[in-house]
Write a protein that binds this ligand. Structure first.
Ligand SMILES: Cc1cc2nc3c(=O)[nH]c(=O)nc-3n(C[C@H](O)[C@H](O)[C@H](O)COP(=O)(O)OP(=O)(O)OC[C@H]3O[C@@H](n4cnc5c(N)ncnc54)[C@H](O)[C@@H]3O)c2cc1C
Length: 480
């Protein structure tokens, strides 16, 4: 295709069937959130959208192909297209947008809400988050070091992470215990002179497969006898090349290897690190992991909304594919499909409001203040996204579960979100417990309202009776 023809095609792709350009991202911000979004963030959001749609999404399949084949190769490869995307993102000013301005001077100066809006677009592409240095688990890990790290730790680890020169992993989950309850974590951290010695094993260490992953943030038990079970754990920084560490294998996600980052199964055999690698102080591991997870859950949720939006785009495109006419009609002429589209739109839009509200609540104070809103988003969004992706898969028939669309991979990724960072049940239980705290009060208030009604009835000379009172006695006429 000539370059002129190519440019005509790309121009055409940017306009709707009506001949108008689609509204840019900044104009699609829900009205309720707009007063909290600065003009600078709106401008950046539009650049993010364009970068994702025009540069990252087309690059996604190239990235995968450049990784090559075979476990050894895929976990040592650095697709050149990623470095090009990173250069381009920096050129566009899209770098480290995730570090919220009210807590960190190192980030790009946006609020959780503003970055959340951007994360939605990043979630539409496989490569966009890493290209802008906003990929998990590095984002959460950088937050930990920025929030709790000593100046030395920041210099050694935070700066290269912020520069996108290395990657990191967060090691909490263990193969032999129920890790959704972090008090069960058993990896042993023992102090010996000026060092800590680590023994134990970890799995689902996301990002550890990447050769550029140089630092592990490890949670273990440093004081197993402490009577307070929340003071037994510590979090410590462990360089990935420390002797005694073995990455045994990578874990697949529904058959996907998630290379080059992957999810490692790792053992620690007398691994020694300097005592100065402790984060925040011995026994403060719970504090560290709790501080890490609030905004991270919002990032995941907004990326999942982006994935759901992309699934809906594929869904609608398929409904309008003129080659596909089951039973003589295009899919959009089958009412059930339009109903599914409508339901998807409603569910995505309502879920987005929930997450944006959580982000605004965090911005108004801090993540602790927004625990309820964060938990609601953590539970609702993955389920919503999976439902929308599933509907899109269904519309594609066999192609939907194949490699011919990104839908199957999106579903696999989305399904993990109901487990990662604590399974649904843990958050539901907490939300349910908190909601139930009102039980006694509500019981009393309902009784009080009944009594007050009785008093009012007396005042108005009304005899209280059931609205469906019948009093029909067989063989007699009703009294009413
Ligand atoms: C793709 C992926 C990436 C991950 N990345 C990381 C990472 O980077 N670092 C890391 O440390 N971990 C990571 N994890 C691990 C993840 O956080 C844990 O799998 C999760 O916390 C659950 O722990 P577990 O697997 O030990 O399951 P368990 O704790 O054994 O729980 C199993 C099941 O028990 C049920 N359950 C648990 N608690 C309750 C309850 N209170 N009430 C009722 N039912 C309950 C739930 O159905 C739960 O799924 C990742 C996992 C996946 C799948």
């Amino acid at each position: 295709m000539s370059s002129q023809k190519k440019s005509e095609v790309s121009q055409k792709l940017m306009v709707n069937a009506t001949g108008t350009a689609p509204a840019p991202a900044s104009e699609k911000i829900p009205l309720i959130a707009r007063p909290f979004v600065s003009d600078r963030a709106k401008k950046t959001l539009d650049i993010v959208e364009k970068f994702v749609e025009e540069e990252c999404i087309p690059a996604d399949s190239i990235f995968n192909q450049q990784l090559g084949e075979g476990t050894a190769k895929r976990f040592t490869g650095h697709p050149p297209i990623m470095e090009d995307l990173k250069d381009r993102a920096k050129e566009l000013g899209l770098w480290n947008m995730f570090l919220p301005k009210n807590h960190f001077k190192e980030g790009a100066g946006f609020s959780n809400l503003e970055y959340g809006l951007m994360a939605e677009y990043l979630g539409k592409s496989r490569t966009a988050s890493e290209a802008t240095n906003c990929a998990a688990p590095d984002t959460g890990n950088m937050e930990v070091i920025a929030k709790y790290g000593t100046p030395e730790q920041k210099k050694q680890w935070l700066q290269p992470l912020l520069d996108g020169k290395m990657r990191s992993a967060f090691l909490m989950t263990e193969p032999d215990v129920a890790s959704s309850d972090a008090t069960n974590i058993t990896l042993n951290i023992r102090k010996e002179g000026n060092e800590y010695v680590l023994n134990g094993s970890k799995w689902w260490s996301s990002g550890a497969g990447d050769e550029r992953c140089k630092i592990y943030i490890v949670m273990g038990k440093s004081d197993p006898q402490n009577s307070n079970v929340y003071r037994q754990q510590s979090v410590i920084l462990v360089p990935a090349d420390t002797p005694g560490i073995t990455i045994h294998r990578m874990l697949g996600v529904f058959g996907y290897d998630d290379a080059p980052h992957g999810h490692g199964h790792i053992s620690f055999d007398n691994v020694r690190v300097p005592a100065s690698n402790m984060v925040l102080g011995e026994g403060r591991g719970f504090e560290v992991i709790q501080g890490r997870l609030g905004p991270g859950r919002i990032h995941h949720a907004m990326r999942s909304i982006g994935a759901a939006e992309r699934a809906l785009e594929f869904f609608v495109a398929r409904l309008n594919d003129p080659r596909k006419k089951p039973f003589g009609k295009q899919l959009h002429e089958h009412g059930i499909m339009l109903e599914r589209v409508a339901r998807s739109r409603i569910e995505i839009d309502s879920a987005r409001l929930l997450v944006l509200n959580a982000a605004i609540t965090i911005d108004s104070k801090d993540a602790k203040f927004a625990l309820k809103e964060i938990a609601e988003a953590k539970v609702l969004i993955p389920t919503m996204a999976l439902t929308v992706i599933d509907r899109a898969i269904q519309a594609f028939g066999g192609a939907g579960v194949s490699q011919d669309t990104p839908l199957a991979n999106m579903w696999a990724q989305g399904r993990t979100m109901r487990i990662v960072d604590g399974p649904d049940e843990v958050h539901l239980l907490q939300l349910g417990k908190n909601e139930n705290k009102r039980g006694k009060f509500l019981l009393d208030r309902i009784e009080w309202q009944k009594q007050k009604g009785d008093e009012m009835a007396k005042k108005y000379g009304i005899t209280r009776r059931d609205p469906l009172q019948l009093d029909r006695v067989s063989g007699t006429k009703s009294k009413l």
